[in-house]
Design a binder for this molecule. Structure first.
Ligand code: SIN
Length: 520
């Protein structure tokens, strides 16, 4: 079915639109609601998304032996030469205040017996720095933010609203178009729009992310002409549970922070002299993948630890293990690596401004450069809070400057929705292909193969139409492959077997792609 041209009427329905309901979206909404009419669109139910899946915690230099400067230094080192140092400073200096605010809003972080905030250790942090609510930190933060939002004026949440396009008039974002549960297309207009629609882990067949994480914001932003940056940097979590169907259940890095060890099938440790369980995430993930290839399975084990402590500290994980007949405290738990987080995304400054006027982005969908080539563990919830709030402040400032004359008509393509079995087949095939060739180990031949398949599929879509979901998976997969093919070196989470060294002379820079040009 060919695309049809139709006429959209864009009215100023709100001051602000937010796409997404994760931590960056909710944090922004709390401020935006006080400044004007705010519409929140989510393609699923309000609580879907990756924030609720975050187990380990949120990093902040609140310990007596810590400082924002040290936190920034660890962030920069983990990012392997590509971190935007200014963004890292903003993130880490804002962290203690962001935590204070969460506590005021009711987040019940775990505390020590003497009442101090309990801090966990995670990979590549120089000290204990991760605040947590047992092993369900994201869920608790999300609960508190939703609670706060109940008391925020001017908020309207629309569920089952799958955003398919940004409406751009005269080069500016004036709203979005979305598909309703009843397959109708609707348009909402606003002074400014914030994409906080999360990451893209689900474009890979092995992932810790929920089904909704298909990178829609990036695909939509790209089609609207926004600059997309650092797409080659996909973080693979070292430890997901190697059992079960669908998304992989995350086995938090905090397990290793509390003493769990990684062993191979023979029960032997397998790290080299310069690495261990708490090295940066990219290194641990590659070491595990190589060991699985070499000897078979890899396991996490708490052998010898206080079993009571383990079960109390990690009740969610213990329960999941129990359901498959394993005891987290005493059994060896089989692990695999899985796509977890995207460092790249829609390029923004620290205020969430993208290259398209009136379009903002924050959280995993955005790329401020704060994570460089490899995100430091537990910096992602923090990123959502800090840069979600910064984007809201910038949107409020702009609102006072902007004229609210928006009612206008545009002629646009409507994307028809292909149905039928081959949509699911396409989705599964592309996700498997991306895992194989854009996963932990990449090379020119595999990446070229991905590009050819994605380009072919896009041509087919142009002729026949396709669901927005598959369109996102293919578009984002293609962006990852394009950037990964260009970067002829290995750095952070991006590893090329044909270019295994880091090459600072040629590659101390970001890759930027837009529909108009590739700027590497
Ligand atoms: C984890 O708990 O290991 C995940 C936290 C994160 O992605 O930073």
């Amino acid at each position: 079915m060919a695309h049809a041209l139709d006429e959209l009427i864009v009215n100023l329905d709100a001051d602000f639109i937010i796409v997404g309901t994760g931590i960056a979206a909710l944090r922004a909404a709390i401020d935006l609601g006080h400044a004007g009419k705010t519409i929140i669109l989510t393609k699923s139910v309000a609580t879907a998304g990756s924030t609720g899946y975050a187990q380990g915690g949120i990093a902040a230099a609140v310990g007596a032996d810590d400082s924002p400067k040290q936190h920034a230094e660890d962030t920069v080192v983990a990012g392997d030469g590509l971190v935007d140092v200014g963004a890292a400073r903003t993130l880490t200096e804002s962290a203690p205040q962001a935590i204070k605010e969460l506590i005021e809003w009711g987040v019940q972080f775990d505390r020590t017996e003497s009442g101090e905030l309990a801090l966990a250790r995670e990979g590549a942090h120089c000290c204990r720095r991760v605040l947590h609510v047992r092993d369900a930190t994201g869920r608790e933060i999300s609960r508190a933010l939703w609670n706060r939002l109940q008391a925020t004026p001017n908020i309207r949440v629309i569920e089952d609203a799958c955003v398919t396009d940004i409406v751009v008039i005269d080069g500016e974002c004036v709203g979005v178009r979305f598909q309703t549960a009843g397959d109708e297309f609707e348009v909402v207009g606003a002074c400014s729009t914030l994409f906080a629609s999360g990451g893209a882990g689900y474009i890979f067949c092995e992932t810790t992310n929920p089904e909704v994480a298909t990178g829609d914001g990036i695909a939509i932003g790209y089609r609207a002409g926004a600059e997309i940056t650092d797409m080659e940097f996909v973080q693979f979590h070292p430890t997901a549970l190697a059992c079960g169907e669908g998304s992989r259940f995350l086995l938090s890095e905090a397990l290793r922070g509390e003493g769990a060890k990684l062993v191979n099938q023979q029960g032997q440790p397998f790290f080299s002299d310069t690495e261990d369980e708490l090295s940066s995430r990219d290194r641990v993930a590659r070491a595990i993948a190589r060991e699985i290839e070499r000897t078979g399975d890899v396991y996490l084990t708490f052998d010898g630890a206080d079993a009571d402590f383990v079960r109390k500290r990690f009740p969610l994980i213990a329960d999941r293990c129990h359901r498959i007949g394993l005891d987290l405290a005493t059994d060896r738990i089989p692990v695999v690596t899985a796509a977890h987080y995207l460092m790249g995304g829609i390029r923004t400054d620290q205020d969430g401004r993208t290259s398209v006027p009136r379009l903002f982005a924050a959280g995993e969908v955005a790329c401020t450069g704060v994570h460089g080539a490899n995100r430091l563990a537990s910096n992602s919830l923090l990123e959502g809070l800090v840069f979600g709030a910064a984007a809201a402040r910038a949107m409020c400032r702009d609102k006072t400057k902007q004229s609210q004359e928006l009612s206008t008509r545009v002629r646009r393509k409507s994307i028809s929705d292909a149905t039928g079995a081959n949509v699911e087949d396409t989705e599964d095939q592309v996700r498997a292909l991306l895992w194989k060739y854009c996963g932990l180990f990449r090379n020119r031949e595999g990446l070229t193969n991905v590009l050819d398949v994605c380009k072919g599929l896009r041509q087919e879509f142009d002729e026949s139409g396709i669901s927005p979901r598959v369109q996102s998976i293919v578009t984002v997969g293609e962006l990852v492959a394009r950037a990964a093919l260009r970067r002829e070196e290995s750095r952070g989470a991006h590893y090329r077997t044909d270019f295994p060294q880091r090459n600072d002379i040629d590659w101390s820079r970001h890759t930027t792609i837009s529909k108009y040009e590739d700027r590497i």
